[in-house]
Design a protein. Structure first.
Length: 254
Protein backbone atom coordinates (compact mmCIF):
# COMPACT_ATOMS: atom_id res chain seq x y z
CA UNK A 1 0.00 0.00 0.00
CA UNK A 2 1.31 3.47 -0.90
CA UNK A 3 2.37 5.83 1.85
CA UNK A 4 -0.19 8.57 2.51
CA UNK A 5 0.75 12.23 2.20
CA UNK A 6 -1.57 14.65 4.00
CA UNK A 7 -1.83 18.02 2.26
CA UNK A 8 -2.90 20.90 4.47
CA UNK A 9 -3.89 23.59 2.00
CA UNK A 10 -5.22 23.28 -1.53
CA UNK A 11 -3.81 26.18 -3.55
CA UNK A 12 -1.80 26.28 -6.77
CA UNK A 13 1.42 24.82 -5.34
CA UNK A 14 -0.43 22.03 -3.53
CA UNK A 15 -2.22 21.18 -6.77
CA UNK A 16 1.05 21.17 -8.73
CA UNK A 17 2.78 18.85 -6.26
CA UNK A 18 -0.16 16.50 -5.79
CA UNK A 19 -0.49 16.14 -9.57
CA UNK A 20 2.94 14.47 -9.66
CA UNK A 21 2.92 12.79 -6.23
CA UNK A 22 -0.34 10.92 -6.93
CA UNK A 23 1.62 8.40 -9.02
CA UNK A 24 3.75 7.43 -6.01
CA UNK A 25 1.67 8.17 -2.90
CA UNK A 26 -1.89 8.11 -1.61
CA UNK A 27 -3.13 11.69 -1.28
CA UNK A 28 -5.45 13.13 1.34
CA UNK A 29 -6.23 16.82 1.73
CA UNK A 30 -7.30 19.09 4.58
CA UNK A 31 -8.89 22.50 4.05
CA UNK A 32 -11.49 25.03 5.14
CA UNK A 33 -14.47 24.03 2.99
CA UNK A 34 -15.53 20.96 1.07
CA UNK A 35 -16.30 22.81 -2.17
CA UNK A 36 -12.67 23.92 -2.48
CA UNK A 37 -11.48 20.43 -1.59
CA UNK A 38 -13.68 18.97 -4.33
CA UNK A 39 -12.13 21.46 -6.78
CA UNK A 40 -8.66 20.40 -5.64
CA UNK A 41 -9.51 16.71 -6.12
CA UNK A 42 -10.80 17.38 -9.64
CA UNK A 43 -7.72 19.44 -10.56
CA UNK A 44 -5.32 16.76 -9.29
CA UNK A 45 -7.27 14.05 -11.08
CA UNK A 46 -7.35 11.29 -8.49
CA UNK A 47 -9.74 10.15 -5.77
CA UNK A 48 -8.68 11.24 -2.29
CA UNK A 49 -9.93 11.48 1.26
CA UNK A 50 -10.98 15.02 2.18
CA UNK A 51 -11.13 16.54 5.67
CA UNK A 52 -12.12 19.87 7.16
CA UNK A 53 -9.40 21.69 9.08
CA UNK A 54 -11.11 22.12 12.44
CA UNK A 55 -9.63 19.72 15.01
CA UNK A 56 -8.02 17.52 12.35
CA UNK A 57 -5.69 14.96 13.98
CA UNK A 58 -2.23 14.84 12.38
CA UNK A 59 -0.89 12.14 14.72
CA UNK A 60 1.67 9.89 13.00
CA UNK A 61 0.97 11.49 9.60
CA UNK A 62 3.38 12.79 6.97
CA UNK A 63 2.10 16.33 6.50
CA UNK A 64 2.78 18.63 3.55
CA UNK A 65 1.93 22.15 4.67
CA UNK A 66 0.86 24.42 1.80
CA UNK A 67 -0.97 27.34 3.43
CA UNK A 68 -0.09 31.04 3.28
CA UNK A 69 2.75 32.03 5.64
CA UNK A 70 0.52 34.54 7.42
CA UNK A 71 -1.94 31.74 8.32
CA UNK A 72 0.48 29.42 10.13
CA UNK A 73 -0.66 30.36 13.66
CA UNK A 74 -4.37 30.07 12.84
CA UNK A 75 -3.90 26.72 11.12
CA UNK A 76 -1.75 25.37 13.94
CA UNK A 77 -4.45 26.17 16.49
CA UNK A 78 -6.94 24.00 14.60
CA UNK A 79 -4.75 20.88 14.41
CA UNK A 80 -4.59 18.11 16.98
CA UNK A 81 -1.89 15.53 17.71
CA UNK A 82 1.76 15.28 16.66
CA UNK A 83 2.82 14.63 13.08
CA UNK A 84 5.42 12.02 12.22
CA UNK A 85 6.98 14.48 9.75
CA UNK A 86 6.13 18.01 8.70
CA UNK A 87 7.19 19.28 5.28
CA UNK A 88 6.53 22.98 4.73
CA UNK A 89 6.56 24.92 1.46
CA UNK A 90 5.82 28.24 3.19
CA UNK A 91 8.21 30.88 1.86
CA UNK A 92 10.42 32.41 4.53
CA UNK A 93 8.72 30.60 7.45
CA UNK A 94 11.47 29.40 9.78
CA UNK A 95 11.77 25.92 11.22
CA UNK A 96 11.41 27.39 14.71
CA UNK A 97 8.14 29.08 13.75
CA UNK A 98 6.76 25.88 12.23
CA UNK A 99 7.67 23.87 15.33
CA UNK A 100 6.11 26.50 17.58
CA UNK A 101 2.72 26.20 15.91
CA UNK A 102 2.57 22.56 14.77
CA UNK A 103 3.61 19.56 16.87
CA UNK A 104 5.87 17.18 14.94
CA UNK A 105 8.67 14.66 15.39
CA UNK A 106 10.65 16.28 12.57
CA UNK A 107 10.47 19.30 10.28
CA UNK A 108 11.79 20.05 6.81
CA UNK A 109 11.41 23.26 4.83
CA UNK A 110 11.02 22.73 1.10
CA UNK A 111 10.90 25.19 -1.76
CA UNK A 112 9.59 23.58 -4.95
CA UNK A 113 8.43 25.50 -8.00
CA UNK A 114 5.44 25.37 -10.32
CA UNK A 115 7.12 22.82 -12.61
CA UNK A 116 6.16 20.26 -9.95
CA UNK A 117 2.94 19.78 -11.92
CA UNK A 118 4.93 18.15 -14.75
CA UNK A 119 7.48 16.39 -12.53
CA UNK A 120 10.21 18.96 -13.28
CA UNK A 121 10.41 21.01 -10.08
CA UNK A 122 13.75 22.17 -8.74
CA UNK A 123 13.17 21.76 -4.99
CA UNK A 124 15.52 22.99 -2.27
CA UNK A 125 15.35 21.32 1.16
CA UNK A 126 16.68 21.87 4.67
CA UNK A 127 15.76 20.86 8.20
CA UNK A 128 16.06 17.86 10.50
CA UNK A 129 18.76 15.58 9.16
CA UNK A 130 16.98 12.35 10.11
CA UNK A 131 14.36 13.25 7.48
CA UNK A 132 16.83 14.08 4.70
CA UNK A 133 16.58 10.73 2.89
CA UNK A 134 12.78 10.68 3.07
CA UNK A 135 12.60 14.32 1.96
CA UNK A 136 14.81 13.69 -1.07
CA UNK A 137 12.68 10.68 -2.03
CA UNK A 138 9.39 12.54 -1.52
CA UNK A 139 10.32 15.65 -3.45
CA UNK A 140 12.34 13.64 -5.96
CA UNK A 141 8.95 12.37 -7.16
CA UNK A 142 8.21 15.88 -8.47
CA UNK A 143 11.62 16.66 -9.99
CA UNK A 144 15.17 17.42 -8.87
CA UNK A 145 16.23 18.17 -5.29
CA UNK A 146 19.05 19.97 -3.48
CA UNK A 147 19.58 19.67 0.29
CA UNK A 148 21.28 22.75 1.74
CA UNK A 149 22.82 23.24 5.17
CA UNK A 150 21.03 26.37 6.36
CA UNK A 151 17.76 28.27 6.18
CA UNK A 152 19.59 31.29 4.75
CA UNK A 153 20.64 29.19 1.75
CA UNK A 154 17.07 27.94 1.31
CA UNK A 155 15.75 31.51 1.32
CA UNK A 156 18.27 32.43 -1.39
CA UNK A 157 17.20 29.34 -3.34
CA UNK A 158 13.59 30.50 -2.98
CA UNK A 159 14.51 33.72 -4.75
CA UNK A 160 16.20 31.81 -7.58
CA UNK A 161 14.47 28.48 -8.24
CA UNK A 162 11.21 29.06 -6.37
CA UNK A 163 10.38 32.41 -7.97
CA UNK A 164 12.39 31.76 -11.12
CA UNK A 165 9.52 30.46 -13.30
CA UNK A 166 7.91 33.91 -13.08
CA UNK A 167 11.12 35.59 -14.24
CA UNK A 168 11.51 33.17 -17.13
CA UNK A 169 7.85 33.60 -18.06
CA UNK A 170 8.42 37.35 -18.36
CA UNK A 171 11.45 36.77 -20.59
CA UNK A 172 9.55 34.23 -22.70
CA UNK A 173 6.62 36.59 -23.22
CA UNK A 174 8.92 39.50 -24.06
CA UNK A 175 10.85 37.47 -26.65
CA UNK A 176 7.63 36.45 -28.37
CA UNK A 177 6.39 40.05 -28.26
CA UNK A 178 9.62 41.17 -29.88
CA UNK A 179 9.12 38.78 -32.78
CA UNK A 180 5.51 39.91 -33.21
CA UNK A 181 6.64 43.54 -33.22
CA UNK A 182 8.94 42.75 -36.14
CA UNK A 183 6.09 41.14 -38.10
CA UNK A 184 5.89 37.44 -37.09
CA UNK A 185 2.47 35.89 -36.46
CA UNK A 186 1.71 35.45 -32.74
CA UNK A 187 1.17 31.68 -33.04
CA UNK A 188 4.48 31.26 -34.84
CA UNK A 189 6.30 33.42 -32.30
CA UNK A 190 4.89 31.31 -29.44
CA UNK A 191 5.90 28.08 -31.19
CA UNK A 192 9.44 29.33 -31.69
CA UNK A 193 9.71 30.58 -28.10
CA UNK A 194 8.53 27.23 -26.69
CA UNK A 195 10.97 25.33 -28.86
CA UNK A 196 13.75 27.68 -27.78
CA UNK A 197 13.07 27.07 -24.08
CA UNK A 198 12.74 23.31 -24.52
CA UNK A 199 16.11 23.04 -26.25
CA UNK A 200 17.86 25.50 -23.94
CA UNK A 201 16.59 23.59 -20.91
CA UNK A 202 18.50 20.54 -22.12
CA UNK A 203 21.67 22.43 -23.05
CA UNK A 204 21.97 24.27 -19.73
CA UNK A 205 22.12 20.95 -17.83
CA UNK A 206 25.67 20.29 -19.01
CA UNK A 207 27.03 23.61 -20.26
CA UNK A 208 27.98 26.83 -18.47
CA UNK A 209 25.76 29.78 -19.52
CA UNK A 210 28.76 31.88 -20.59
CA UNK A 211 29.96 29.12 -22.92
CA UNK A 212 26.50 28.73 -24.44
CA UNK A 213 26.41 32.46 -25.08
CA UNK A 214 29.87 32.46 -26.65
CA UNK A 215 28.91 29.52 -28.85
CA UNK A 216 26.03 31.48 -30.40
CA UNK A 217 27.60 34.92 -30.62
CA UNK A 218 29.67 35.23 -33.79
CA UNK A 219 31.67 38.42 -34.42
CA UNK A 220 29.51 41.26 -35.75
CA UNK A 221 26.49 38.95 -36.00
CA UNK A 222 22.81 39.11 -35.14
CA UNK A 223 23.24 37.64 -31.65
CA UNK A 224 25.95 40.16 -30.78
CA UNK A 225 23.63 43.00 -31.82
CA UNK A 226 20.75 41.62 -29.75
CA UNK A 227 22.99 40.88 -26.76
CA UNK A 228 24.33 44.43 -26.80
CA UNK A 229 20.73 45.69 -26.67
CA UNK A 230 20.09 43.53 -23.59
CA UNK A 231 23.17 44.94 -21.88
CA UNK A 232 22.04 48.50 -22.67
CA UNK A 233 18.72 47.61 -21.07
CA UNK A 234 20.49 46.43 -17.91
CA UNK A 235 18.83 43.01 -18.14
CA UNK A 236 21.69 41.32 -16.26
CA UNK A 237 21.46 43.86 -13.43
CA UNK A 238 17.68 43.52 -13.33
CA UNK A 239 17.90 39.73 -12.93
CA UNK A 240 20.41 40.08 -10.09
CA UNK A 241 18.17 42.69 -8.46
CA UNK A 242 15.15 40.39 -8.81
CA UNK A 243 16.87 37.63 -6.84
CA UNK A 244 17.99 40.15 -4.22
CA UNK A 245 14.46 41.55 -3.82
CA UNK A 246 12.87 38.11 -3.60
CA UNK A 247 15.42 37.00 -1.01
CA UNK A 248 14.72 40.10 1.06
CA UNK A 249 10.99 39.32 0.92
CA UNK A 250 11.59 35.72 2.00
CA UNK A 251 13.56 36.96 4.99
CA UNK A 252 10.79 39.42 5.84
CA UNK A 253 8.27 36.55 5.96
CA UNK A 254 10.47 34.92 8.58
Amino acid sequence: MNKTITFIGNGAMATAMASSLKAHYTIEVVGRNLENLDTFEAAVGTDMTKHLLNDFDISDKTVLLCVKPANIAEVGEKLQGKAEALYSVLAGTKLETLQTHIATHGTVRAMPNLAASVGKSMTTLTGDRHLEAEAVTLFGAIGSTLWVGSEKELDIATALAGSGPAYLALIAEALADGAVKQGLRRDDAMTLMRGLFAGFGELIQTEHPALLKDGVMSPGGTTAAGYAALERGNVRDAMIAAVEAAYAKARAFG
